[in-house]
Design a protein around this ligand. Sequence first.
Ligand code: AMP
Length: 395
Amino acid sequence: MAKKTIAAVDVAGKKVLIRVDFNVPLDENGNITDDRRIRMALPTIKSVLERGGKVVLMSHLGRPKDAPDAKYTLRPAAIRLGELLPGTNVVFATDTVGEDAQAKVAALADNSVVVLENLRFQPGEKKGLPEFAEKLAAFADVYVNDAFGTCHRTDASMVAVPNAMVGKPRVCGFLVEKEIKYLTDAISSPQRPFVAILGGAKVSDKIMVIKNLLGICDKVLIGGAMAYTFSLAQGGKVGGSLVEPDKVDLAKELLTVGGDKLVLPEDVHCGDAFSSDCNKKVVASGEIPDGYEGLDIGPKTAEKYAKIIADAKTVVWNGPMGVSEMPPFDFGTKTVAQAVADSGAISIIGGGDSAAAIQKLGFADKVSHVSTGGGASLEMLEGKKFAAVELLDEI
Ligand code: AMP
């Protein structure tokens, strides 16, 4: 059943606690290098402010060890938010549920936002502790989950906080609504042909996704280092490529289940070292010589995948086709990105590296949806249900 969104809640004069995902990348000086996650939360925040609500924002950033750590403060995110919301009073609380947070939430005026300090500075967040959750829950009259990147987790702010707010509205924000819509619609009623493209380093990360998508898609195209574990399963030679020998049996099982649906690379671009200026060779899949490792899909494979993608009506893509951060081994990923952008298909891109490739090439506007959550989008494609979403109010 569909989940209620913040649009359906009367927020006038109310305090609205929004779990956002401001887990943005920072450089060594603490400057935000990509504010996309903050910008993606703006529609929900603006909607509450415009309708007379007051906003309390909570998020994690990085992986501090259950204690305050200046390296992971959310202050830069609060400053950036203030720049993105001119005319709105954005204040930063120097703690999460302590005196400063309590005072600033209590004093919250109209058209104002409080950004609480990093949730993960508190041990209660990762542990999902009710005592911690109750302090956060006491801050507001309405709970909103707009943190798609964290929806597959059961941290306090995702589950225990809304559980402590039973009887009050507990709804999803517009970003979570959009992510769920794309990822579940693609699975439940796809326009065909439906093509999935899966790449990246490890087959072990994506086994369940491959399994689930083989049951739904018309074709599943495999790239990245995980293709070499399939090569091993077929008795091929992989040289010094990144492989997972303990996953060979699982790869064999997927080959049997997948049949013609599972499409593997025909050729491989390999090198004699993991570097841009190594000696390079293109060889047939399963024939990587000793002293070489596979670093990208080969040109024939790139062309073949591009043709399959050109005919698709729905495309789901997660993971690069090769070492896309190291040219010329970004060729396969770029070719696939171009094909997805040109296809006119409903296209959903998840995962940091494939999303980065799409953005770097300037194709973000040509795809239907670039997910903000790598892990969450993968789990959704596995067909998993998220406790953090399940508990929200139904329409
Ligand atoms: P993932 O996080 O699983 O999507 O994997 C992304 C990583 O996989 C990137 O850092 C790529 O460099 C890496 N990768 C993709 N193909 C290969 C390859 N053939 N050999 C080594 N690493 C690869």
